[in-house]
Design a protein around this ligand. Sequence first.
Ligand SMILES: Nc1ncnc2c1ncn2[C@@H]1O[C@H](COP(=O)(O)OP(=O)(O)OP(=O)(O)O)[C@@H](O)[C@H]1O
Ligand SMILES: [Mg+2]
Length: 186
Amino acid sequence: MLNPTNEQIAAIDATASGAPVKLKAYAGATKTSTLTMIAERLADRRGKYLAFNKDIVADARRKFPANVSTQTWHSLAYSATHRAITARLNLAKEPPHHLASRYGLSAIKVPTVIGKSVELSPFQLGRMVADGSARFCRSAQAAPEAWHIPVDEKIEQAAAEELRSMLLPYVVRHWDESADPRGRTC
Ligand SMILES: Nc1ncnc2c1ncn2[C@@H]1O[C@H](COP(=O)(O)OP(=O)(O)OP(=O)(O)O)[C@@H](O)[C@H]1O
Ligand SMILES: [Mg+2]
């Protein structure tokens, strides 16, 4: 048994008070030990420990008392997602130029910030749609928005805005297809 430091005692007391607590500490600065002390103090409560990878989870499983269940974030997300969707994880990824062709997106010319123009290929447009959809997934928004679509900074601002507005319906479609249990690509 470790003798808790004053900081650890403060962390344990704050958590035991029932208030939401955020502890931020550098590598090796006793985060896990402090959490196990908290779990022991709150022995009549259930806890969940979430970590990024399996090694950390396996390590935590050895350290935490039985009232704490341990899982990776991905495993939590996986178990909360409909089987029809997780079953699609092994499907082939649709290449950006296939996506563009399926959506009827052809090459377009857009002005750059240095007064020239550049052609965006179907591959690039398909990638912008897929990336826009992926950025939406990592955002807090309820639906895809134009700013989720990444546009190369060399493209002139008004043209970039127009491009985003033009591509937004395709991002919405891409997301709808991604969330469709009967979808055929990943
Ligand atoms: N009160 C204490 N007294 C003495 N040693 C302690 C105390 N609390 C923790 N330690 C020790 O400090 C070391 C680092 O602690 P711990 O592994 O909990 O840190 P961590 O912040 O989780 O590290 P990491 O960033 O690697 O996950 C461990 O060897 C642990 O046993
Ligand atoms: Mg740790």
